[in-house]
Design a protein around this ligand. Structure first.
Ligand code: CAA
Length: 260
């Protein structure tokens, strides 16, 4: 499928999805949000793709936020619909079985940070800056940021970042638990692709079900989460991959997973 604002390249079982609107620092307008939703839905259905790396084109930005020029004249109904549309795209990424790594190569602000938070984890370059500047524009985060950031790092630090509108550097974001690891700029994509390839080489069903248990379990009581985990764990014993993985271990050979 052809996109106006996205590039998709495949390396083995890993897809690299680049938001390609550098003239606007990859800002998320309605068209980009729609294309992202469509691209991720397509990647999830693609049997060849077992992990995805998401990044931004150009030297400066991962994504500098939702498109302010599109939002400026919106009325309340349009703002609400725009927020819901962005949330739908973010939830689509959170819920897809295929793991997604955000490679944050520069500014990740507002909707851009919300997009990174919708991915499974974040790697960042040393020069990346992250923040929620929405309050400086008279609004608040609207693509799930208040919910996802507080769940990830706790309400105290989430409130500091969201209420102040300040940007933090990648290193601090790493100390705060927003970013998993920080790399020199030129190493960011190779490292993200390397981790994605390592994930892709494991049992795809196990990874997908583990993601399902983690993402959905966060919204359950611990007991319900345990029950949910147990049922998914049990389902995996009905798969060829479970037999293959365990037999390969016993036979001291590399498992050949088939995703069924
Ligand atoms: N929306 C639309 N256009 C944007 C944009 C955005 N979020 N961010 C940058 N751009 C555009 C600029 O308008 C500029 O375009 P022109 O050349 O046509 O003027 C181009 O990208 C380059 O940007 P700058 O010249 O501003 O680059 P800079 O290096 O001087 O500054 C920056 C970089 C600090 C990131 C600055 O661009 C900036 O502050 N951007 C806005 C960040 C922001 O407030 N994001 C939150 C948006 S609200 C949101 O996301 C709501 C939500 O939760 C859903």
């Amino acid at each position: 499928m052809e996109f106006n604002n996205l590039l998709i390249e495949k390396e083995g079982s890993v897809a690299r999805l680049t938001i390609n609107r550098p003239q606007a620092l990859n800002a998320l307008n309605s068209e980009v949000l729609g294309e992202l939703a469509c691209a991720f839905a397509g990647l999830e259905k693609d049997a060849e793709v077992k992990a995805v790396v998401l990044t931004g084109a150009g030297e400066k930005a991962f994504v500098a936020g939702a498109d302010i020029k599109e939002m400026v004249e919106m009325n309340s109904f349009e703002g609400h619909a725009f927020g819901l549309n962005g949330q739908k795209t973010m939830l689509g990424i959170e819920k897809m079985k295929t793991p997604v790594i955000a490679a944050v190569n520069g500014f990740a602000l507002g909707g851009g940070l919300e997009l990174a938070l919708a991915c499974d984890f974040i790697y960042a370059s040393e020069k990346a800056k992250l923040g929620f500047p929405e309050v400086t524009l008279g609004i608040m985060p609207g693509f799930g940021g208040t919910q996802n950031l507080a769940r990830l790092i706790g309400p105290g630090r989430a409130k500091e970042l969201i209420f102040s509108g300040k940007m933090i550097r990648a290193e601090k974001a790493c100390q705060w638990g927003i970013v998993n690891e920080v790399f020199p700029g030129e190493e960011l994509l190779p490292k993200a692709m390397e981790t994605a390839a390592a994930i892709a080489a494991t049992g795809q069903l196990g990874v997908g079900y583990a993601k399902d248990a983690l993402v959905n379990g966060l919204n359950m009581t611990k007991e319900d989460g345990f029950r949910y985990e147990a049922s998914l764990f049990g389902v995996l014993f009905a798969t060829e991959d479970q037999k293959e993985g365990m037999r390969a271990f016993a036979e001291k050979r590399k498992a050949e997973f088939k995703g069924r």
